[in-house]
Ligand binder design. Sequence first.
Ligand code: PLP
Length: 408
Amino acid sequence: MNRSLARVTEAVHLACTDEPLCAYIYDLAALDSHAAELAATLPSNCELFYAVKANSDLPILQTLAPYVRGFEVASGGELDWVRRHFPDTPVIFGGPGKLDTELAAALEQDVELLHVESLGELRRLAWLARSTDRQADVLLRINLALGGVPATTLTMGGRATPFGIDSGQLPQCLTWLARHPEIRLHGFHFHLMSHQLDADAHLALLSRYFRQARQWREQFGLTINHLNVGGGIGINYREPERQFDWPAFSAGLTALVESENMQDWRIRFEPGRYLTAACGYYAMQVLDIKQCFGRHFAVGRGGTHHFRTPYAQGHSHPFLVLPREHWPYPFPRPGVEQTEITVVGQLCTPKDVLATDAPVGRLRVGDLLVFPYAGAYAWHISHHDFLRHLHPRHIYLSAQEPVHAANQ
Ligand SMILES: Cc1ncc(COP(=O)(O)O)c(C=O)c1O
């Protein structure tokens, strides 16, 4: 068992009471060392921002803050949240459908760069900037044709999507920008896909980004040096032992920056999932085990209203079983051995499935199921109030202290 899992297991057992457990546990020590490694192994002209949408909990942001140059926000709510707690940390603001109030707040709160999604958004931003006598610093988010780069299961570009500006419209945007000095263009933003599991394929994608940005800089005579290459590094939920090869990626990136002559660019990464997924665990205690039409089902406390990740990504989420010996009832304990089981939650919908036909050695009512890789796009993408079940506990295992009675 690795160190993080050992800490989490201890915390889960400590958190158990007479009431069946349902909790998120975040290992901040693991997050700390993961973020430190990423920050330390990027080439010197590459900067790390964190895409807050993946998990905006304050202890998560506080743990990441020393290692990232700043935070990427995608709404006025995220902007307010980050500014309230990190008034001096650089913030960049992207995402579709920005309101005038959000653009105005970005200008007022000195967002370092706004990632603009359309000519219409540029026009509204210029109008707001003029009316408040400010200048706006922007990157243009461009949707590029992918040209031979393999797509992933979550692709935001390279085809018709609502994200970014079609590259064919770039000349029009640049002509418009030349007449609007209240907007200062610093470069381009590309985020074409998430769930990238292959380090070589990601390097191939970045190499396309680098060439495209350099070519446009020359072709249009632009004085720009910022390139935001988005997030998108994935987590392998289906084969957890085969994760993205970060050491190979960072070594390849250092070589790529040199071979593509990108040393004079500021290259920004804004990952979400890859930074925080692995520090989070969702734990549920088994309430019932039953057989139906030849299949075994374990009903756990909680479900997809807390942990929507498996449903959202269409996978069977890996889990491990932590046995609990406590059995308070005067009748035999239901359980199964050496079989396959489907893990569901407490919702009245057949879609409330976390794992399908997963092999288990032994599972009994009252045992605990722990789902790893639940630190990103998990609680924050879930429909918490469906059925008005109580929310899970949120336990943060501090980087400084040993595991002790769980804090909420
Ligand atoms: C513009 C942008 N940047 C960064 C991210 C973070 O992506 P990921 O969590 O896959 O790294 C997203 C996710 O949707 C995004 O849309």
